[in-house]
Design a binder for this molecule. Structure first.
Ligand code: ADP
Ligand code: MG
Length: 480
């Protein structure tokens, strides 16, 4: 096989400079983390995104003014020092609130970290003469796994139980799993990376296997660096010497034909040698158009496990688990509120909860619903579902087979009054409309009528499981 360097190579050179800055940043992050501790670091510093460098000044971006002020007062000077140590021309750090369109902080995975003492992946020192041996591969990989991502901390529910079971299976018996590869797919923030790290942690704990985990992006960088330093043979040997190879976010390889080609060969070599492969992507193999057909075919040959969007129940379980682990008491009401409001993915749900917990710790005040709405104001606004009251009325009317006009009519027969109350209740839950606004949409009713409807429905849901199920079902239909 000949390896061309066309598209990937030029992409790489363009990235060279910004890559160096990013690597400096990762080193700074890892130092800071050591200095301030895991909790502080996660709460404040992972929110920082890199902005531009202008002369002797680098801009760092934070999502809110509160965070910016906090980071500035607590870490401003230290950040300047650390940057100056990394890049001596930088003398000042400017902290700004990010505007729409500005870069946001990527989640910091430890596999992305560059530390001067521990290269991240088996193939990281591409230019070195001496080939690496498996024990070294192993120790490098240990350093690259995020210890928070284990099977123990993964909350299992309907949407992810199959993927979880497959992941467990690989972690328990990598040599006789019976399917290869394991292909995990699902939307962003639903736990793919978490499961892969969990597999790695479990395997290493059981010992005696070498595991390699890296993002597809990193795979490409390593590969291109190997081409440049004419050490592709070593790179391949290193990859092919592991027992379990895990490649995260494979969709990154779309359009990167040479890297795909290399991955395909590595893949085949490993499978032929009876090694286990785990791959994740945001889509199923058949939907990953842009990947070579033969690669897609091979990817689909093993076990394809889909992680579905979260359900309300799973979101509650996750919040409960994370709140319990934090040691801060978060009332059920607040957990339910968050699980209703933040339905996009687990990462955002977790982010919201972490912010609440940080506030509680910082100000030593108990978490209440009011405080939650206040602290998470910006997040909640962004997640306001665009469900309209009209949609709610329509769905509810359909469900109970009444006329849409009865939502605003004056009829008070229970057969129409009850569905109308449910619609008001859902309007309160699913939209950011105020009680008077909701009242107006229901035939100009008074806000106290809406208030009454909301509490009446809540009460009935407590008492009548079948009714509660109906309402939940409607909510889910409207949410999706
Ligand atoms: P993905 O790789 O699918 O984009 P991640 O694995 O990075 O998502 O998950 C995002 C965040 O949500 C991580 O912090 C992870 O620990 C958390 N998370 C996702 N799913 C679960 C779950 N089922 N239980 C506990 N935490 C979860
Ligand atoms: Mg991921």
């Amino acid at each position: 096989m000949t390896i061309g360097v066309d598209d990937d190579e030029s992409a790489f050179s363009r990235m060279d400079d910004s890559k160096a800055v990013e690597e400096s940043w990762l080193r700074i992050c890892s130092k800071l983390k050591g200095e301030v501790g895991e909790v502080e670091y996660r709460t404040w510093l992972t929110k920082i995104a890199l902005g531009p460098i202008d002369g002797d000044e680098i801009t760092l971006l934070l999502p809110t003014r509160f965070l910016r002020d906090w980071v500035r007062s607590q870490y401003g000077d230290r950040l300047s020092e650390l940057w100056n140590q990394e890049i001596s021309s930088i003398r000042r750090v400017e902290l700004q609130v990010a505007r729409p369109g500005d870069p946001v902080a990527p989640p910091i995975m430890l596999d992305e970290q560059v530390s001067s003492t521990a290269p991240t992946m088996a193939a990281s020192n591409d230019t070195e003469e001496a080939p690496r041996n498996p024990p070294e591969v192993k120790s490098d990989i240990v350093a690259s796994l995020d210890t928070r991502f284990t099977f123990d901390t993964f909350v299992v529910g309907k949407p992810n139980e199959f993927a979880y079971a497959c992941a467990r299976r690989v972690a328990e018996k990598p040599s006789s799993v019976g399917f290869n590869p394991l292909f995990l797919y699902g939307g962003v923030g639903l736990g793919k990376t978490h499961l892969m790290h969990a597999i790695g942690a479990e395997l290493l704990q059981r010992g005696n296997v070498s595991v390699a985990y890296m993002s597809a992006e990193k795979f490409m960088y390593r590969f291109i660096a190997a081409i440049r330093s004419q050490s592709t043979m070593e790179f391949k040997e290193q990859l092919r010497s592991v027992d379990v190879l895990m490649i995260d976010d494979l969709q990154f390889l779309i359009g990167k034909d040479n890297t795909q080609e290399e991955f395909f060969h590595t893949f085949n070599a490993l499978v032929d040698a009876g090694r286990q492969i785990v791959v994740s992507a945001d889509k199923s193999p058949s939907d990953l158009s842009g990947l070579e057909d033969r690669l897609r075919t091979r990817l689909g040959c093993g076990m394809v496990a889909d992680i579905h969007a979260t359900t309300f129940e799973l979101r509650i379980s996750i919040l409960e688990a994370k709140a319990a682990a934090s040691g801060v008491v978060v009332p059920t009401k607040v957990l339910e509120f968050l699980a209703h409001k933040i339905t996009s993915n687990v990462r955002e749900l977790e982010g919201a909860l972490n912010r609440l917990i940080a506030h509680a710790n910082l100000f030593g005040r108990p978490v209440t619903l009011e405080a939650t709405q206040d602290v998470l104001h910006d997040i909640l606004k962004a997640h306001d579902r665009r469900v309209t009251i009209e949609e709610i009325q329509k769905k509810v009317a359909e469900h109970w087979n009444i006329r849409l006009t009865d939502m605003s009519s004056a009829r008070r027969a229970r057969a129409v009054a009850r569905p109308r109350q449910v619609a008001m209740y859902l309007a309160k839950q699913l939209t950011s409309r105020s009680l008077p606004e909701i009242g107006r949409k229901f035939g100009n009713r008074d806000h106290t009528t809406v208030m009454h409807a909301v509490s009446r429905v809540a009460e009935l849901m407590e008492r009548d499981a079948a009714f509660a199920e109906d309402v939940e079902l409607l909510r889910r239909m409207l949410e999706s």
